[in-house]
Write a protein that binds this ligand. Structure first.
Ligand code: SAH
Length: 287
């Protein structure tokens, strides 16, 4: 998979590409990150990428021409191929694991990093295919968001993580199979009915990860849960599933909305959280 990053600070990325997972993925040819200096797409002597905002006010805004030129150059490399052209922006829709799981199937993805007051709106409207925010906070540039998105997508590429399984048990990862015995959760439905679906968030079907422990079995008086030392795989599986359900219920009840609970999950939630968990169908939100 090839990532094309359009930025005025290509050097910003160099160090993060030299460590851990990204380094391995790039070295092993699983992913390719190309850094494009936006200033290379200017025509003037000063390589100007920004200008003052029409209507006045502080700060500078990215001019449309260099960004349009940069994207046109990328598109010209693969004629007829459609790939996401992502503008990083705090006004975009929120980046989620679901989107990472979706984008991992792309051969190519372009990322436009803004700076200053942001970019000319015509970039958002007419050249970007997606406008994406990494969270409800404002940063000074799109470089960190672009790095974050590349890392979350690249670690999902086949053969990148050492242990294939570990990606599937991570928090926020959608269940692998849509087994017919799985039912929609009325716990989630009740929550949506009570609080409404959070605005702008797609309905996610996922759980938070269960807690992990490693040696020593006792540290400063705090013991690792007995069941994990038992060697009983079925009990360990059940314990992990219940902790994941419990954690999700307590911290991110919004995620349980629409999560396909097994009969065993529902029995446990009913017994421990005092909710009736009859299966209901939650309308899909076009995810
Ligand atoms: N005035 C703009 C913010 C500009 S911040 C506004 O209020 O919308 C400068 C640049 O940082 C943006 O163009 C964008 O590329 C990047 N950026 C800042 N916060 C971001 C976020 N939460 N997600 C993605 N990109 C962000």
């Amino acid at each position: 998979m090839t990532f094309d990053v359009i930025t005025i600070f290509p050097d910003f990325f160099r160090s993060i590409l030299e460590y851990g997972l990204l380094k391995r993925a790039l070295g092993g040819g699983k992913a390719n990150i190309r850094l494009h200096d936006l200033r290379d797409f200017t025509d003037d002597r000063h390589r100007t990428v920004d200008d003052r905002p029409f209507g006045g006010g502080p700060g500078m805004v990215f001019k449309p021409e260099p960004v349009f030129k940069a994207v046109a150059a990328l598109r010209a490399e693969s004629p007829g191929q459609r790939f996401p052209v992502v503008l990083l922006s705090p006004q975009g829709s929120l980046f989620t694991q679901a989107l990472a799981e979706d984008w991992v199937h792309q051969e190519r993805l372009a990322l436009i990093c803004g700076r200053y007051e942001g970019v000319d709106e015509r970039i958002a409207e007419h050249v970007a295919t997606h406008e994406i925010s990494i969270g409800d906070f404002v940063l000074s540039g799109g470089e960190l968001p672009a790095a974050l998105i590349m890392e979350s997508v690249i670690r999902l590429l086949p053969g990148v993580l050492g242990n294939e399984e570990s990606a599937w048990q991570d928090s926020l990862t959608a269940p692998r199979s849509g087994s017919s015995e799985l039912r929609e959760s009325s716990v989630g439905a009740a929550l949506v009915a009570a609080h409404g679906q959070p605005q702008g968030l797609p309905l996610r079907r996922c759980l938070l990860d269960f807690p992990h422990y490693t040696r020593p079995a006792e540290f400063q008086g705090w013991k690792v849960p007995e069941v994990l030392l038992s060697g009983n795989h079925e009990e360990i599986r059940r314990w992990r599933r219940q902790r994941a359900l419990e954690k999700t219920w307590r911290r991110r009840p919004d995620l349980l909305a629409g999560f396909p609970l097994s009969d065993e999950d529902r029995r446990w939630l009913e017994a421990h959280l005092g909710e009736k968990c009859e299966p209901v169908v939650i309308p899909s939100s076009g995810e």
